[in-house]
Design a protein around this ligand. Structure first.
Ligand code: ADP
Length: 297
């Protein structure tokens, strides 16, 4: 499968320019869309699932314009919106059964077996008879993904699925997605949490203020930060100075003061030890330094 986004712009009626000439291309597997709040992620997602029209530009799926093939696209699509909520007294399995009917699963026996297969996959089989609105926040989100998965979609769009989840649930959710991504489906995941973009994402894009500022593999993003991440061992006095001067990523107290990790364009003083960047370092480096420098150029 190939998804091509060409010259996409979204200007809301109030003049907000939420997407600015976005060009992107990706295929089967997991694709991560990362950016701070307000970057334009949800706007892009809503266009991808044809809930909203772009102001200009097109999206092609295997060469077909999604605006002209909406019905066809919706049949192969599963969507978990950012504000997925259900106010229902239905039991967990009944809710999913209902979603299955909407997704076009007509045969009741097959649908019920699909419901239980999916509840098992997202770890909710034990609570299948509980009222859906009495599930915990993390469980509701997992029911949300099950609802997006019913009917065997080939494209799964999940918008900020881990917001508000505790770390355990976040890891669990990420594992569910990475297992899915091995099934020859395309998963588009949007998030403002850098840790959600794992090595399971074959491709990723970074959005900032409606602009696409990076697209490539997570490894490529990390490469950009090589030689710009340092560990410093500091006295409390030095630490105060460093905090003002650099982007501090982490701070660990030690006997003599602090051990900190910083991201910096230049090699700092204070006996720096260069360290191998991870994706969080790379994100900070890219947003704070590279982007800033590019804009000045
Ligand atoms: P993200 O999902 O990355 O937080 P959004 O796509 O929700 O970003 O928003 C991008 C920009 O568009 C923001 O400035 C936001 O305020 C604006 N925006 C989003 N939805 C609307 C809307 N319905 N009307 C006007 N502006 C909007």
């Amino acid at each position: 499968m190939k998804i091509e986004i060409q010259g996409l712009n979204k200007i809301y009626p109030n003049g907000n320019h939420a997407l600015k000439d976005i060009n992107l291309e990706f295929g089967t597997g997991m694709f991560g869309l990362l950016g701070p709040n307000g970057a334009g992620k949800s706007s892009l997602m809503r266009i991808l699932v044809t809930l909203m029209k772009p102001t200009s530009g097109i999206v092609l799926i295997d060469g077909k314009d999604i605006q002209k093939h909406r019905k066809e696209l919706r049949e192969m699509l599963g969507y978990l919106p950012q504000d997925f909520r259900f106010f229902t007294s239905l039991r967990t399995w009944e809710f999913l059964d209902y979603s299955g009917s909407l997704a076009g699963l007509k045969n009741r026996k097959e649908r019920l077996s699909e419901v239980d297969r999916l509840l098992d996959q997202v770890g909710l089989l034990e609570v299948r008879d509980r009222q859906a609105n009495k599930l915990s926040g993390g469980m509701k989100r997992r029911l949300g993904i099950a609802q997006a998965l019913i009917g065997n979609p080939r494209i799964i769009v999940v918008d900020e699925p881990t917001t508000g989840l505790d770390p355990d649930e976040r890891i669990r959710f990420r594992n569910i997605l990475s297992q899915l991504s091995q099934n020859d489906v395309t998963i588009i995941l949007s998030t403002h949490i850098v840790g959600d973009i794992s090595s399971t994402c074959q491709g990723m894009a970074l959005l900032n203020k409606g602009e696409l500022v990076f697209s490539g593999s997570p490894e490529n993003l990390v490469k950009q930060a090589e030689g710009h991440v340092f560990k410093l061992t500091l006295t409390p006095y030095e630490y105060e100075k460093v905090k003002e001067q650099y982007d501090v990523i982490s701070t660990i107290p030690i006997d003599t003061g602090w051990e900190v990790q910083i991201v910096s364009e230049e090699v700092p003083v204070y006996n720096p030890v260069s360290i191998i960047p991870n994706i969080e370092h790379a994100y900070v480096y890219y947003m704070e330094h590279k982007l800033h420098a590019d804009m000045i150029d």
